[in-house]
Structure formats: structure tokens, C-alpha cells
Design a protein around this ligand. Structure first.
Ligand code: HEC
Length: 117
């Protein structure tokens, strides 16, 4: 009887352990942050804010994001990011991920230029 009990609790322990291991294969647990969980602001901070502080443009002050005609539609925004002019960099990771572009677009639309003019 004793040995039956033991093997039952052992397999229960194994099951718990296994589910913990399996859970860690889920995207939540993996180091790579899923793009679904990132907000437009996160993406903006990572890729854009170094030049576009607060919706402005430190690299070329006459071309701020806030109020830009590039934000007219998601299509114009996407196209701009695919073919950025001048010193505006090309971001493959962003351009190839539609949900990132959309979040970024929505965030950029909300920006108001607070500096310069
Ligand atoms: C290395 C600096 C730099 C970074 C980083 C950068 N940009 Fe730019 N951006 C520029 C420059 C310079 C221009 C002006 C390009 C030109 O017309 O000569 C520009 C222009 C733009 C414009 C168009 C403004 C207009 O009306 O002409 C948009 C929109 C824009 N950037 C969005 C972004 C987004 C979104 C990101 C992040 C994914 C980003 N930029 C990251 C430098 C940068």
C-alpha cells in the first residue's frame, strides 16, 4: 500500500513539474518580448525617440512627427517608413510587423509638438 501511495504522489509531482516546464515554453516566459504586448509608446521609445524627442525632430527640426502629413493615413506612414528619406533610418523589424506599425502610427497621431516650432 505504501509503495502505491508513493508512486501516486511521485507522478503528481512529475505532472506539476512538467506543466511548469511546458509553461515556460510559452511566449510569456521566453526572454523575447512578444510584439503584441508592446505599446506604441514602447516601440517609439526604442526606435524613434532618440531623434524625435516629444514628437519633434532633433536631427532635422523642420520635420517633426507631430502634425506631419506622413500621418495622414496608416498607408502613408507605412510607405514613409519603408522608404525613409535623408537621415531618417530604415527599421526592418518595425516595417515588417504590421501590428508594430499600427501601434506606432496610433501613438504618433497623438503626439503634439511641445518644443521648437
Ligand atoms: C537617427 C535619427 C532618427 C530616428 C531614430 C528616427 N527618425 Fe524619423 N526622421 C529623421 C529625420 C532626419 C527626418 C527628416 C527626413 C528628411 O525629410 O530629410 C525624419 C522624418 C520623419 C517623419 C516625417 C516628418 C515629415 O513631415 O517629413 C516621420 C513620420 C518620422 N521621421 C517617423 C519616425 C519614426 C516612426 C521613427 C521610429 C520608428 C523615426 N522616425 C526614427 C530622423 C530620425
Amino acid at each position: 500500500m505504501k509503495s502505491t501511495l508513493n508512486s501516486t504522489s511521485e507522478s503528481a509531482t512529475a505532472a506539476i513539474f512538467l506543466s511548469a516546464v511546458l509553461f515556460c515554453f510559452a511566449p510569456v516566459c521566453s526572454g523575447e518580448e512578444s510584439s503584441n504586448k508592446r505599446t506604441g509608446e514602447d516601440i517609439y521609445k526604442q526606435f524613434c525617440s532618440s531623434c524625435h524627442v516629444a514628437g519633434g525632430n532633433t536631427a532635422k527640426p523642420s520635420k517633426p512627427i507631430a502634425g506631419s502629413k506622413v500621418l495622414k493615413s496608416i498607408a502613408t506612414f507605412q510607405e514613409y517608413l519603408e522608404n525613409p528619406p535623408g537621415h531618417m533610418p530604415y527599421y526592418k523589424t518595425v516595417v515588417n510587423d504590421k501590428s508594430m506599425v499600427r501601434k506606432l502610427y496610433e501613438y504618433c497621431k497623438k503626439l503634439k509638438q511641445t518644443q521648437g516650432a
